[in-house]
Ligand binder design. Sequence first.
Ligand code: ADE
Length: 420
Amino acid sequence: MRIQVLTLFPELFERFVEIGLVGQACKSGAVTIEPTHLRTFAVNTHGQVDDSPSGGGSGMVLRPDAVVPAIEAAKAKDSAAKVVLFTPRGKPFTQKIAHQLADGVQKSGGGFIFICCRYEGIDERVVEDYVDLELSIGDYVLMGGEVPAMACIEAVTRLLPGVLGNPESIRQESFEGPLLEHPQYTKPAEFRGKKVPDVLLSGNHAEIEKWRKEQAMQSTLLRRPDLFIANNAPQCEVSVALIHHPVLNKQGEIITSSITNLDLHDIARSARTYGLERFYAVHPTRTLRRLSEKILEHWEVGYGASYNPNRSEALRHIAVVPDLDDVIVDIEARTGKLPKIITTSARDEAKGITFEQMQGRIYASNEPHLILLGTGWGLVPEIIERADYHVAPVKGHTNYNHLSVRAAAAIIFDRLIGKR
Ligand code: ADE
């Protein structure tokens, strides 16, 4: 892999190419790193490569008439090379991109031209016409692109065949799979009163493997719930119950609201989309429950089932029950465990936790969870009291907060279960 680096500080790379695994890869010829001083392409005899920003402002911008000739000279040595610019505005550099870059080199045979900016960056016309990829190594601003270029060189070089002694070690590392790496220990077996976990000294490889998997899962959930959620589905069952009694009306009085056909259809479709186990429509009045069941029969076994099997699939997951306790009994009968109850409302409640926190708890749990939604003006305080968790309200950027329960349900499912 040939990497030509355009930089104002080529001397920064002098030791970098000699030391450690990058040094070995350079010696073995697996990698060639060729820093070029951007001043070689200065626009005048004063070595000028930058100028003040058009339109005013502080700092200096790299001039296109210095950078483009530098890129062209590098391209003359490696016409298939990809031009990569390091900038905080770039795409976040990830292990996936490192693999793509390493694979690309092996397929095309072309290397890279890395551009390291300093100052306020580079003239946009260069970016538009000459740069293939802009990369950022994180949401912070460094003094230049040299350290990001070195980070990228290290990440890509170690993926090239023959560079790491044991390619197996790549497979087990953080960011290679859906989990961060498990914690590691070494000798001594006890250090300042802290012991290496017994299982690691047991010699039982199956137990060690199991322990490592559990530790990896816990540490991913704790440190990077976003990674865990992007790569896993919840292991526990989640259901939703739509409560029609007791709920509040506009005056804060306890009322019974009606079951609506729209709620049944729309919440069932959202629940199915997000893989919820059941959608319980909770209503105390026998005639309304019977009416709902008749509607559902039409879709489950009547003409609706053949007319629209997709709708039928969603509606089959509805259970119409008289009371919240019936929901809890049903979940316990099915799973052998009482559900953890989650409530949410449009009002800010003191014991509220964030959707992110709640999502982490659901993904980490093997207990069933039940989301309670209130019709009318929302759940009564006694039901909110019964909940294990109360999630902060769904909010936009206005003071208007009158989502229909159907719309709120879809947003809540997405925030608690949806893939990111
Ligand atoms: N140059 C300055 N800061 C940077 C960053 N975070 N990533 C890539 N290049 C940069």
